[in-house]
Each structure stands twice: as C-alpha cells, then as structure tokens.
Ligand binder design. Structure first.
Ligand SMILES: Nc1ncnc2c1ncn2[C@@H]1O[C@H](COP(=O)(O)OP(=O)(O)OP(=O)(O)O)[C@@H](O)[C@H]1O
Length: 259
C-alpha cells in the first residue's frame, strides 16, 4: 500500500477561546495529487492548513507526514518532517532584498551554519551565485528573468509568485497553499495554477485552500468541503461538484449557501 504524503486522522483543534475550529477531520493526499479545500469563510481552512504544517499540535487526532505521526516523533525528527512541508500563506512576507534571495531563503535556513557563513562571506565579496533549485523554482512561476529585482518593486501577483517559488525551491514533499490567488489578476492566477500543475507533475502532494470553486475544479484531483470545521464532503472533483451527496455541500456548491 502506498503511503500518503500527508494525512490527518480525526484531527480536532480549537483556539484558546474554547470553540472548536476543526473537528474530527480525516484526509490524505498522495504524492502527485492536488486536494482542494473549499468552504465558506471562517470555516477552518487556514486552521487545518496550519495543523498540516505542524505549527501547532491538534487537540485530538493525528497528523501523519510520510506515514509518521508527526507529534509522536522526537522534536528533531518532527523538525525534519516540517522541512518536508512547504507553505505559502496569505501573509507572504517577503524580505527587502532581491527576488533570488527571497526565493533562496528556505534553502538558506536549512543549511548548516558553516555553509551559511560561507555564503555570507561570498555575498560580501560579490561572489554569491543563485542555486540551481532557486532558478528552477523561479522559472516555474515565470520569474527567472527577475533574479536581481528588489522584492519591494514587485506587484502583488509577482510577490505571490516569489513566495510560491520560495516554497518550491526546497523541493518539498508537500505544498500547502492558502488562497494562493486571492486578489490576483487572471494572468498571475494562471501562472500560479500552472505552477501548481508543475508541482503535481514533480510528485509533490498539494493542498490548496481556495474560495474559488472554478479554481478547485481546474487544479485539483480531489476536493474536501469544510463547514463549521467539519469535512462534510470529500471525493474526486467531478463527483463532488456534479453530484454532492451532502445537502449543505450541494447548497454551498450551487451558491445557495452564501456567507
Ligand atoms: N488566532 C486565532 N484565535 C482565535 N480564533 C481564530 C484564530 N484564527 C482563526 N480563528 C477563528 O477560527 C475560525 C476559522 O478560521 P480560519 O481562518 O481557519 O477559517 P478559513 O476557512 O480559513 O476562513 P477564510 O476563508 O476567511 O480565510 C474563525 O471563526 C476564526 O475567527
């Protein structure tokens, strides 16, 4: 039996105010598969992505990365598991440096200190080169001609693409995307969706939370519908969109359930 790249088993989580935000959610994503999470605003999509990213332990249930219960691992092993998961969250927070250095950031922090010091020195001496994986990742989002541009000069869409490249550059097993194209124009949206397709081709398991149901249809293999923290419907995209079994999922998909 193949091992899921990432999975949850009966995961629940509530913030400190006590209300459960994610309740008993079980899902799994295989390598080279895209799962879209859809559902009304405030329904727990971001919280579920944070649990998948191992930011916080769930109150109940398990998060499995590569088949291993991440929170049962020793902390150094859990850190290793976390490094296999790339994330692009809504707050894309780029640094005030070049596109290339922003995209290389995840790689840099994963390297041992002596290496990092050497890179710092090379940079001072004007000898720094951009790692191939970073150029590759920037090419995936159509920005390999912008290595030396300052991040501060980028449009929102370009900045989002750099954030995507940063997550891709570390060659993750899993990519988590939270509303990756909200407020982007059609061209940037298409470029991000194309990058999702390429990540999938490379065997990365992708989870994308999106408000855009057409986007879910375009990019995903499977879809999960969240409502009030519960996954009320899941399955192959065509089946869920064309014949949702759950009444509330049907209402949400048909636009009757408006939030
Ligand atoms: N840090 C926090 N502390 C307390 N409550 C929070 C926190 N973050 C989110 N929540 C609450 O948890 C619920 C789920 O929020 P979450 O951001 O996961 O939903 P979402 O489906 O991603 O929403 P959206 O589609 O609007 O981004 C909401 O009621 C939200 O107000």
């Amino acid at each position: 039996m193949s091992v899921s790249a990432i999975a949850t088993e009966g995961v629940s989580y509530g913030y400190e105010d006590g209300n459960a935000t994610v309740e008993e959610v079980s899902l799994s994503v295989d390598p080279g598969e895209v799962l879209a999470l859809i559902g009304p605003s405030g329904t727990g999509k971001t919280t579920l992505l944070r649990l998948l990213a191992l930011f916080d332990p769930p109150d109940a249930g398990r998060v499995l990365v590569g088949g291993e219960d991440a929170w049962a691992l020793a902390s150094d092993e859990r850190h290793a598991a976390r490094r296999r998961v790339g994330m692009v969250f809504q707050d894309r927070s780029l640094f005030t440096t070049t596109v290339a250095r922003n995209a290389a950031y995840g790689l840099a922090v994963r390297r041992p200190w002596p290496d990092r010091l050497r890179t710092g020195l090379d940079r001072l001496l004007g000898r720094d080169t951009v790692p191939e994986g970073v150029v590759d990742a920037l090419a995936t989002v159509g920005l390999d001609d912008a290595l030396d541009r300052r991040a501060s000069s980028l449009s929102a869409g370009e900045a989002q693409r750099v954030a995507f490249a940063r997550a891709l550059a570390v060659d993750p097993d899993v990519l988590l995307l939270d509303e990756p194209t909200s407020n982007l124009d059609p061209r940037n949206t298409a470029l991000i969706e194309e990058a999702v397709a390429q990540a999938r081709e490379r065997g990365i398991a992708v989870v994308v939370a999106t408000h855009d149901m057409q986007q879910a249809r375009r990019v995903a293999d499977r879809v999960g519908v969240l409502l009030n923290g519960r996954c009320i419907e899941r399955g192959p995209v065509e089946r869920v969109f064309d014949e949702p079994r759950d009444r509330r999922a049907r209402q949400f998909i048909s636009g009757e359930l408006v939030y």
